[in-house]
Design a binder for this molecule. Structure first.
Ligand code: GLY
Length: 354
């Protein structure tokens, strides 16, 4: 088992990464049982596949299970309210524990409910997708969507423990696995040339899975370093958004149906590196290297995009921040910076052909 210690003042926690951890959940959560019971939050798909293993591991620990439908629509006020009401109904106390068992959606909802209910209940993350194991389960971002946009309501609420059982990745659909790989590639691009270069050597998913514990460890360790420096996302943490400014706009332009988050981020990373090359900030050839590694992992490297529409989305999204749009650009593979670009300059860059 690989372990990472996240050293946040007053809120340190461990990330555990290995095959077969789910069946050891009862034993692993033992040190965090300060109350009487555990509230488990999961979704239908995950629960049908793995709920039995989790329950068997609890070995007599008193628990209640709350199953949500699978999908982004549960990251809403309605489901948040229902979940908090459920917590109240079972008499969940501040000394009790919430376990989030699912991908990023379940983690964000259960995490935000934990942060809010009685002003904060301890929670443990058991992420079940590659994307949540390398990104959303660590660093304490929790939240739900509003009609006006994604993740507009939320809190920083760090988990007490993250249990990443990589065996659970076997049941992921191909596109979902690839979505996680886009985030893995992102970590290499922004912080580690070594990780980035190593990703070229895997012929297929089976090969990736042979090394998955190390791959997830490397990504989580990069995120740990960044979050330890900038927990509340005022500076360095923004680097984790490489490819996400255009990525979010691409997801939105396709009504969140055409591209998965990972596919949109893949395209967004290519656009950001081309912008950086055009501005003379990114070493030339970086976008080609990105294209190589993204296609190696079956992620899209081109799409029929309406850039004017995307830039309009981006400007509307960010216009509260009047001083320009913050982009994460690469200086080179493994080195990234935050760079502000004026909206007019962005349009003219695309008019001249990116
Ligand atoms: N997913 C980006 C962050 O945690 O800051």
């Amino acid at each position: 088992m690989k372990t990472i210690d996240v050293k946040l003042l007053n809120r340190p926690y461990k990330i555990l990464i290995d095959f077969g951890l789910l069946k050891r959940t009862g034993q692993l959560i033992e040190p965090f049982l300060t109350g009487e019971k555990v509230a488990i939050v999961s979704d239908e798909i995950v629960w049908n596949l793995y709920g039995k293993i989790l329950l068997e591991s609890l070995n007599g620990i008193k628990h209640q299970v709350f199953i949500q439908p699978s999908g982004e629509e549960t990251k809403s006020i309605k489901y948040f309210e229902d979940l908090c009401e459920h917590f109240a109904e079972i008499g969940l106390m501040r000394t009790d524990l919430v376990i989030s068992f699912g991908g990023g959606v379940v983690g964000d909802l259960a995490g935000f409910a934990s942060a809010s209910y009685m002003r904060g209940v301890s929670f443990i993350q058991i992420p079940t997708t590659l994307l949540s194991q390398v990104d959303s389960s660590i660093g304490g971002k929790t939240g739900i969507n509003l009609k006006h946009g994604k993740n507009l309501l939320g809190a920083f609420w760090q988990p007490k423990l993250v249990i990443s059982d990589v065996s659970l990745l076997d049941s992921l659909e191909e596109r979902e696995f690839q979505a996680g790989m886009a985030e893995v590639i992102k970590y290499g691009a922004i912080e580690s040339k070594e990780l980035f270069d190593s990703l070229l050597k895997y012929a297929d998913r089976k090969e990736v899975m042979k090394d998955i514990v190390n791959i997830i460890y490397e990504c989580c360790d990069i995120k740990r370093r960044i979050v330890e420096h900038d927990e509340l996302d005022f500076g360095e943490r923004m680097k984790l958004n490489f490819g996400h400014t255009f990525g979010h706009a691409i997801e939105r332009a396709g009504n969140y149906k055409k591209h998965t988050h990972g596919e949109a981020v893949a395209l967004g990373m290519i656009i950001a590196s081309k912008i950086g090359e055009r501005l003379g900030i990114t070493a030339s050839g970086c976008s080609d290297k990105l294209i190589d590694v993204l296609s190696q992992h079956n992620l899209p490297i081109s799409a029929d995009l309406d850039y004017k529409e995307l830039i309009d989305y981006i400007i509307n999204d960010k216009k509260k921040n009047k001083s320009g749009i913050n982009f994460i650009l690469l200086k080179d593979i493994g080195k990234s910076i935050i760079h502000s670009i004026d909206a007019d300059d962005l349009f003219s860059l695309f008019e001249r052909g990116i």
